[in-house]
Design a protein around this ligand. Structure first.
Ligand code: ADP
Ligand code: MG
Length: 316
């Protein structure tokens, strides 16, 4: 009987102490939680079942099955799934830094090095999804990218210490701090388009849509593939560098037309100081024809990206 009780508690949300609310999605509330047995901090996504029809419930389960299979340092780790009469609970690793989006708001925009530090990690996750898992994310945006905070060390003091002893190699963490300033350590993709799928299946129209991360082939209703993530990656990189999105318009129709034409600009004065290498990389991603757009491998071989990776390896 005791064994049975333990089995039951294993499948019960009572294994977790639920703490403060971290955020809210269209169909979910996310809470900080603690695994009572292990003391591990977690994030618990709570979804009320009554508001979902059969089809939507099926897509929750499908999404969970997919998340279970993913294993990559730049993808938020799935830990547990619990279901009772009223709720679904999706338990994930807690990312203390929260949304990357809030960090952009806080700093207005990132230095080129910090932007590369972030975008390369997002790209590593995409490489895994595209090449190993055969998955298209389809909802990549700053709100779905999470990070772990790291302490900030002024880079000049770091440089002095390095030149004292040329044999001292920086650890990966130290290298990141060097380029930090933003206090961003590990970066992870956190949301697997669950809410997007639910909204798409819902009769309600999505209330968002003044900012476009959607690729031209989607707004034009053409067949689309992995390359839509590369477009979204371009949108995220654009935002990291200047602090605002490449496509925005209060009128959804005008926005859609702009995206379809790939009609964006490197607006002055915000882009004046940004290197031509960075702009070139962005433009290779924000290319209307998906066949001409950078693939994930091409992106990781872009000279502006390679330059950073080379420096990062040299300093280790
Ligand atoms: P939805 O799929 O409904 O959009 P999200 O997964 O994006 O839900 O979660 C909603 C919010 O909860 C996020 O924007 C974020 O603020 C917070 N959150 C979600 N997952 C985590 C996590 N693993 N660690 C920390 N905060 C999280
Ligand atoms: Mg979300």
């Amino acid at each position: 009987a005791e064994e049975k009780n333990r089995e039951k508690s294993r499948q019960s949300i009572r294994r977790y102490k639920i703490m403060e609310k971290l955020g809210e999605g269209a169909f979910s509330k996310v809470y900080k939680g603690v695994n009572i047995e292990t003391g591990e901090n977690v994030a618990v996504k709570v979804i009320q079942k009554y508001q979902l029809d059969e089809k939507q419930r099926a897509s929750v389960l499908k999404e969970v099955a997919l998340m279970r299979k993913l294993d990559h340092p730049n993808i938020v780790k799935f830990l547990d799934f619990i279901e009772n009469d009223q709720f679904y609970y999706i338990v994930q690793e807690l990312l203390e830094g929260g949304e990357l989006f809030n960090q952009i708001v806080k700093y207005t925009y990132f230095s080129e090095d910090l932007a590369r530090h972030v975008i390369i990690q997002v790209a590593e996750a995409l490489l895994y999804l595209h090449e190993s898992a055969g998955i298209v994310h389809r909802d990549l945006k700053p709100e779905n990218i999470f990070f772990c905070p790291i302490p900030i060390i002024p880079s000049h003091s770091r440089k002095l210490r390095r030149s004292d002893d040329p044999n001292t190699k920086l650890s990966e963490g130290e290298f990141r701090m060097n380029y930090g300033g933003g206090g961003i350590g590990l970066v992870k993709i956190g949301d697997f388009g669950l809410s997007k799928q639910l909204i798409a299946n819902n009769s309600l129209k999505t209330p968002c849509g003044t900012i476009g991360y959607t690729a031209p082939e989607i707004v034009k209703d053409m067949k689309y593939s992995k390359q839509v993530d590369m477009w979204a990656l371009g949108c995220v990189l654009y935002i990291l560098l200047c602090g605002f999105p490449p496509f925005f318009n209060d009128n959804i129709e005008e926005l859609t037309n702009k995206v379809a034409r790939g009609d964006y600009e490197f607006l002055s004065p915000w882009w004046d100081e940004i290197s031509s290498g960075a702009k070139r990389c962005v433009s290779k991603l924000l290319t209307v024809d998906p066949n001409d757009r950078y693939t994930i491998t091409e992106f990781l071989n872009d000279p502006w990206i390679m330059d950073f990776l080379k420096r990062s390896n040299e300093s280790r």
